[in-house]
Design a protein around this ligand. Structure first.
Ligand code: PRT
Ligand code: MG
Length: 222
């Protein structure tokens, strides 16, 4: 099978899990059904009921990269991921209101965050979201040493790697289970449709109806 992205093809980049699940109803609204389940299939390129449309399964943080370089024409990515990527080469026409959560600062239950900030203490902050964290603390005038992690941020304060973490929170269950407290919300997060800027021009006839279907379906959800 030729997997290069050609003119008559449309390639959608999605991550497994919540983004894939929440995107399925939007695809259905555009008349597109994915024919294999990424949780059970070993395939990284999934067929759909439309032979010209295929779905790439990539890591959530890699979705903007595939779309930026045109290896995928469009994709779905969280605002958290897009802020770290920077968004170059991407058109972001629709906030899909899916995979909603918030970006927050959390600390050990015993740590007096407000007092540390008031005292002008230098904070060690562990996060995957270094760009967002740097901007947040700069805005507050708080000095931080950022420690880049790639997952399980919740562990860092427990073992003394950091004083605080910046992470996305949805139910708060993971924080509670690890005796951490959310002390500051940085922003609300949802996922966006991202489209390669060149593809939007060259494949407009194919892409536009899908963008509109996503737009209408996400309005009805939200
Ligand atoms: O899992 P992987 O390392 O491959 O990447 P990822 O975690 O970025 O991907 P994925 O699929 O887990 O998340 C994709 C997108 O979903 C993120 O970019 C967010 O925009 C959004 N989202 C919504 C979330 C959550 N809710 C969420 N709860 N992403 C991650 N989480 C994590 C959270 O950090 C915590 O560790 O899930 C854990 C449980 O959260 P609680 O608060 O419900 O306990
Ligand atoms: Mg995850």
């Amino acid at each position: 099978m030729n997997t290069r992205n050609q003119g008559d093809q449309l390639i959608l980049a999605l991550s497994k899990g919540r983004i894939f699940e929440d995107t399925l109803p939007l695809l259905a609204a555009a008349g597109i059904t994915v024919l294999e389940n990424p949780e059970t299939s070993r395939k990284l390129i999934l067929p759909t009921n439309d032979p010209a449309v295929r779905v790439l399964i990539v890591r959530a943080t890699d979705v903007p990269t595939y779309v930026q370089h045109g290896a995928a024409d469009f994709g779905v990515a969280g605002k958290d991921v897009l802020l770290e990527h920077g968004g170059e080469g991407l058109y972001q026409p629709v906030d899909l209101n899916i995979a909603c959560c918030r970006m927050s600062v959390a600390v050990n239950a015993g740590f007096d965050y407000d007092n540390a900030v008031r005292q002008g203490a230098r904070l060690r902050v562990a996060t995957k979201f270094v760009h967002t964290a740097r901007e947040h603390f700069a805005r507050k005038g708080v000095h931080v040493d950022l420690i880049k992690l790639y997952g399980s941020m919740e562990l860092a304060p427990l073992v003394g790697l950091s004083d605080a973490i910046v992470d996305v929170v949805s139910t708060g269950g993971t924080l509670r289970a690890n005796n951490l407290v959310e002390v500051e919300k940085i922003m609300d997060i949802s996922s966006r449709l991202v489209v390669n800027q060149a593809a939007l021009k060259l494949k407009r006839e194919r892409l536009q109806p899908i963008i509109e279907a996503f737009q209408n379906a996400s309005k009805q959800q939200g």
